[in-house]
Design a binder for this molecule. Structure first.
Ligand code: AMP
Ligand code: ZN
Length: 453
């Protein structure tokens, strides 16, 4: 039985699907700059969630959005649109910026072995649906107009504070100073922004008789409405989404449809680097390419992420990444050992599968850390490793092919040289295999090979 920590209830609950197909939505990236390693935390843990559901036998429909409009640098209603900012920085149009970083994301998704989403929804493909959504909210009395947009009146939704357990009175009091906008309540938010005369905003659509663009939160409610239908089973995101973005999604969806948005809400915590927030000014915004330059693959980094629990802050250091890389090499060489056992041993081992224990650990609120500890200590067969690879997407087997018949022949030739006490030849053959990335270990009942890297 899969159990998940549900932010809605603030506790671990049994997962009970709403229908035949488990509907999942993940808030995706804003495609305006190179993603840093922290950005992969969510996608890694939610990829594990989908893989776990599949291992448990569920059918899954998963939607991931790509934010290419409306996400302002403040995460709220002030400041420049991140895409417009990227466009100014790169001397391109915001659409070109989005195209470029979507390609970057897709390349990195493949490197990280994430299962492709069933629907990859680009926010700008849903503008008409956004307009219909605003119409619905307005028809139901949830919005008001100001000079700079259409705002959601959070006072009209009494449950607004519930999801994030917000202290609205405190927020309101704290915001009095400098609270000079036309908003009725400090927690109100724009569902649609008008572009003022002279304002530079290349992404624009005519709605309500003037140019404008959707508010950031709207796209998720709209895309879910169009692609999955409410309520969905599981909505995922980062902990930073709880107080504003997800709170606003819930309010919008209720205002549009009168329905709850999702049954289970999952949030992962942040990655820090050397104990500090990832930020440009600290120079610790590593990308996957930066890690590759230092000799670490995307799979090493995924091993690092999965060695911890999604709900804890993960502190990244190169020492801990080295440990994750070594652990992965150790696992690969245990797979290599599976190729070297006798048929008789293989038969004996295959009667004793351990995968169920590993899946049980992951079913317990995605405890990949505990599952990894089990993998370290259990005696596993190739069949177990195949299923482990499917569950975590770590490319363990693909990166650990059996060696060639020529290489096996070299190992035998070396054994013969050793028997003949021709140590010079034996050493030469060992060196030859070493050049091919293969190490040899002389055990009492024969020579064992392993990968050096
Ligand atoms: P974006 O909209 O592309 O800026 O996505 C940023 C999202 O990535 C945030 O909302 C977070 O949920 C997540 N994120 C950003 N920094 C980190 C971090 N250091 N660790 C984990 N997740 C992060
Ligand atoms: Zn969202």
């Amino acid at each position: 039985m899969l159990r998940l920590y549900n932010t809605l209830a603030r506790k671990v609950e049994d997962f009970k699907p709403l229908g035949e197909v488990v509907k999942i939505y993940t808030c995706g990236p804003t495609v305006y700059s190179f993603p840093h390693i922290g950005n992969y935390a969510a996608y890694t843990y939610w990829d594990l969630l989908v893989r776990t559901l599949k291992a448990d036998g569920y059918k899954v429909k998963r939607v991931l959005n790509l934010t290419d409009v409306g996400h302002l640098v403040s995460d709220g209603d002030e400041g420049e649109d991140k895409l417009e900012k990227g466009a100014a920085r790169e001397g391109k149009s915001p659409f070109e910026v989005a195209d470029f970083y979507i390609d970057v994301y897709m390349e990195n998704y493949a490197k990280m072995e994430f299962l492709p989403a069933d629907v990859l929804a680009r926010a700008t493909d849903y503008i008409e649906a956004d307009e219909r959504a605003v119409d619905e909210m307005t028809a139901h009395g949830y919005t008001y107009e100001t000079t700079d947009g259409i705002y959601f009146d959070t006072a009209k939704f009494p449950q607004y504070a519930d999801f994030a357990r917000l202290n609205l009175a405190g927020l309101q009091a704290g915001a009095r100073v400098g609270f000079s906008t036309e908003k009725h309540n400090v927690s109100d938010f724009a569902v649609w922004k008008f572009i003022q005369p002279g304002e530079k905003h290349a992404m624009r659509w005519n709605y309500l008789g003037r140019p404008g663009y959707p508010g950031w939160h709207l796209e998720c409610s709209t895309i879910i409405h169009e692609t999955l239908g409410e309520p969905i089973d599981i909505h995922t995101g980062g902990v930073d989404h709880i107080p504003v973005h997800h709170t606003n999604e819930i309010a919008q969806t209720y205002a549009m449809t009168g329905k709850d948005l999702a049954r289970y809400w999952l949030h992962c915590d942040f990655v820090t680097v050397n104990g500090q927030k990832i930020s440009k000014s600290l120079g610790n915004t590593y990308t996957l390419d930066d890690l590759a330059d230092k000799g670490f693959s995307a799979m090493d980094y995924k091993m690092w992420l999965l060695s911890g629990h999604y709900q804890g802050t993960r502190n990244f250091t190169f020492d801990s990444l080295t440990a994750a890389k070594n652990r992965r090499l150790n696992w690969r060489n245990r797979i290599a050992l599976c190729y070297q056992v006798s048929e008789e041993q293989r038969q004996k081992l295959s009667e004793e599968l351990h995968f169920a224990e590993i899946l049980a650990a992951v079913n317990s609120n995605l405890n990949s850390a505990e599952a990894f500890a089990l993998i370290d200590n259990l005696d596993l067969t190739l069949a177990d490793w195949q299923r482990i690879d499917e569950l975590f997407g770590l490319r363990l087997i693909a990166d650990t092919p059996d060696i060639s018949t020529e290489q096996y022949a070299l190992i035998e030739e070396r054994a013969a040289a050793r028997t003949a006490r021709d140590f010079a030849k034996s050493d030469d053959l060992r060196d030859l295999l070493k050049e091919q990335g293969i190490a040899l270990d002389d055990a009492p009942n024969g020579t064992i090979w392993s990968y050096l890297e």
